[in-house]
Each structure stands twice: as C-alpha cells, then as structure tokens.
Ligand binder design. Structure first.
Ligand code: FES
Ligand SMILES: [Fe+2]
Length: 402
C-alpha cells in the first residue's frame, strides 16, 4: 500500500506559493513545455478506446502531435502524427479507424498501420525510400492497467507501472484493464488561465466546503489529500452519513450500484490518483475517469478527459455513472471560475503572493516538485531575459483597450 503522507506536514513551512511572474511568463512556459510536458508521461487513451484493428486516437499537445493506432497484430503503437514527406498530419481526425492504410491528405503518401511507409505518391519522381527509415516516427509508449501513456522525449520518470507501484493493491478491484469506452470520446475545455493555476486549484481540498456544494454534500468532512511524493499524490473522499441536500447527490447515493468486486470503503468513496505533472485518475464505485491539462500559452490552458464504464455495467450502474458525471461537471464549472480569478490576481498591482493553509500543503508539495525542475522559481523576480518578457506582456496588456 502507498504510505499515508497526511502526517508529514511540518509545523513551519514556506506558505508563499510561486512568484507572480511565473504565471504569465512566456519564456518559462517554453521551458515548462520542454521539460515537463514533452519529457513526462502523458496519458493519451485507454486500450479499449481502440478495440479493433486500425482504430486510432490522435491528440496535439505543446506543439507535438501524437497518434496511437492498433495494428493488424493487435498491438498498439504510438507515432508522431507527422508525414515524412513534408510534415502534414497523416490523420486529421481525433479518433476513428484506418482499416488498411493511412493516407496522408497532402500528397497521398501511404503508410501501413504499423507505421511503415507503404509507398509515396508517384514514386518514380522520388529516390527509393526505405519503408522503415521513412516510416512514421515512433513514440515511446507505456501501458499501465490498460491506460496508454506516451512520451515525446526521454525524461526523468521511471516506467508508469513503477511510478504507480504503490497503488497496485488499492486499484486491483477496479479491474482497470477491462474498462470500456462509453462512446462519448474525450471532452476538452479551454480555460483562460496559466496551467499552473489549474493545478493549484486541483491540488487542495480546502476550498471544497465553500466552493463545491455537491462534493461537500457528498463527502462532508470525509475528504483528505495526501500531497505529491515521488511523482504521485492521492486524495480520498468518503461519502458522509445522512441524507444529502442536493438533487443529484441525493439520487446518486440513493441509487448507486457500485461495482461488486470493490471493498466496502471503495463502494462508498471517490479515489483520486495524481500523477506529476498534469494528470488525475478518478476511481469511483460506478466508473473511472481521467483529466489532464496542457498549456497552450501562458494565459490559455486546455483541459481534456474521459470517463470509462466498468465491463460489468448494467442499467443501474449506468444511471449511477450519469449522476456522478453530473456532480463532476458542476464541480469543474465551479473550479473554472476560481482558476481564472486566481490567475487574474497574479496580474494585479495589489497581488502580494499567497498564504497557504496546512490544508493546502498539496499545493506547496507540487510547487516543490516544480522548483526541482526550475530553480528559477525560487526567486521573486525572473532572470533578466524572463523579466524582459514579463515587461513586454505588461506593456501590451496596458495598451489593450478596456
Ligand atoms: S506531406 Fe504527406 S504526402 Fe506530402
Ligand atoms: Fe475544486
């Protein structure tokens, strides 16, 4: 079992959070994209999103384009979605099926679904091209309990299974490898804020009693966070005793049909596993979901996620899943407002940093991990070239008409 980190909060700790400049600095953002998002494992989909030969999922992040596709041999493979001729996407859609081959929409080069080049259009106009050398460029891929992770460049993390080893016992009853797609695909949402503000709101439960009436109604005081340690964090909300006030929570707890194989505690709680730097997997009695966030610019973040059903879902469990998804949808709408407000605050002349509560230690633990990658975050001012970028931004924002 993963050891409990709740008791590790020291008496004295730096409660001041990240420096304001880090939330609107374009140069830092480039470093974050390179060091964090390209070099850390990114969840793309679940293996059962792609049950058939030729099924694929594509996803763009931080200037990269990923493609995962199931080959004729049943194996999943990950590639850059980038034609070897002149760099077009070889697949334009987010998901679908390429049964026999992948045809680039620009000039029509054809690739086999194992990524090798089948042939260029009008091959006599080109030198002979080796099918492997000029095949789609492979991406590093890792499979953990059915979830498909990719990495654009090698990085500091061990294989995903090693990183999540401490959760092996706790998650086994959820039968994650056999999760099923709900057919709804992946949701995305654009948030007008720096990506770190999204993570900062998500990394603490201190705001739940005030900001999330639904979650508060569901958990009451039975919610706690275990801050990030060795790349993972854990949060658990156990359903409170007594009748719920809100329609969706009351119906959810009354009608809930949990998965049979779960323990009594798992049947009445929501478990969240956080994986550095940008992923949370939610394990519920009725379904499993994930959500992640990606920076587009210093002031724009894309959130993406999906919900999966259990292989043995019946009508009542499906109804339970609809209700838990409804509670989740409201929660993320509530969070979105808070995320935007905290990001805007960092631009205000009155902003003086933050004072974190012990119940927000998860925010600090996450910041510590960021500081390990970017020691520059320790300073109240960015280094000179970063300062220049910040000033340019401020000048630009002041020139903007109100
Ligand atoms: S860019 Fe793909 S065929 Fe030309
Ligand atoms: Fe929240």
């Amino acid at each position: 079992m993963r050891e409990n980190h709740r008791l590790e909060i020291p008496n004295q700790w730096d409660r001041s959070g990240l420096p304001a400049w880090s939330f609107f600095n374009s140069e830092l953002l480039q470093e974050e994209k390179d060091l964090l998002f390209r070099r850390h494992w990114q969840l793309i989909c679940h293996q059962n999103d792609l049950p058939e030969v030729g099924d694929f999922v594509t996803w763009d992040l931080v200037g990269e384009r990923a493609l995962v596709i199931r080959g004729r041999d049943g194996q999943l493979r990950a590639f850059h979605n980038l034609c070897r001729h002149r760099g077009s996407r070889v697949i334009a859609k987010n998901s679908g099926n390429c049964r026999s081959s992948i045809i680039c929409p620009f000039h029509g080069w054809a690739y086999n679904i194992d990524g090798t080049l089948r042939g260029a259009a009008q091959p006599s106009s080109l030198p002979t091209l080796d099918p492997v050398k000029y095949g789609l460029k492979p991406l590093e891929m890792d499979l953990w309990n059915g979830f498909v992770f990719i990495r654009f460049q090698s990085g500091p993390q061990p294989p995903v299974s090693q990183m999540l080893d401490g959760f092996t016992q706790e998650i086994k009853n959820y039968d994650l490898p056999n999760l099923r797609s709900t057919g709804r695909g992946f949701w995305t949402d654009e948030i007008a804020a720096n990506w770190k503000c999204v993570r900062d709101v998500d990394n603490e439960g201190y705001h739940v009693p005030m900001a999330h009436p639904g979650l508060q109604d569901l958990f009451g005081k039975n919610y706690h966070d275990e801050p990030l340690k060795n790349g993972t964090s854990r949060s658990l909300g156990q359903f409170r005793e007594g009748a719920a006030q809100l329609w969706s929570v009351r119906n959810y707890t009354a009608l809930l049909k949990p998965k049979n194989s779960l323990t009594a505690t798992q049947k009445s709680s929501w478990l969240y596993i956080g994986i550095f730097p940008n992923l949370v997997i939610g394990l519920y009695p009725d379904s499993v979901n994930f959500y992640q966030e990606y920076p587009v610019d210093y002031n724009k973040t894309i959130q993406r996620g999906s919900t999966y059903k259990f292989a043995d879902e019946d009508r009542q469990m499906r109804l339970s899943r609809y209700l838990s998804m409804r509670i989740d949808r409201l929660t993320s709408q509530e969070d979105e407002q808070l995320i935007t407000w905290t990001w805007e605050a960092a631009l205000s002349s009155a902003y003086d940093g933050v004072i974190l509560s012990d119940l927000e230690y998860g925010v600090k633990a996450y910041h510590d991990a960021l500081r390990q990658h970017f020691p520059v975050l320790d300073g109240p001012e960015p280094p000179f070239q970063l300062l220049k970028a910040q000033n340019n931004h401020l000048i630009a924002s002041r020139l903007k008409p109100d």
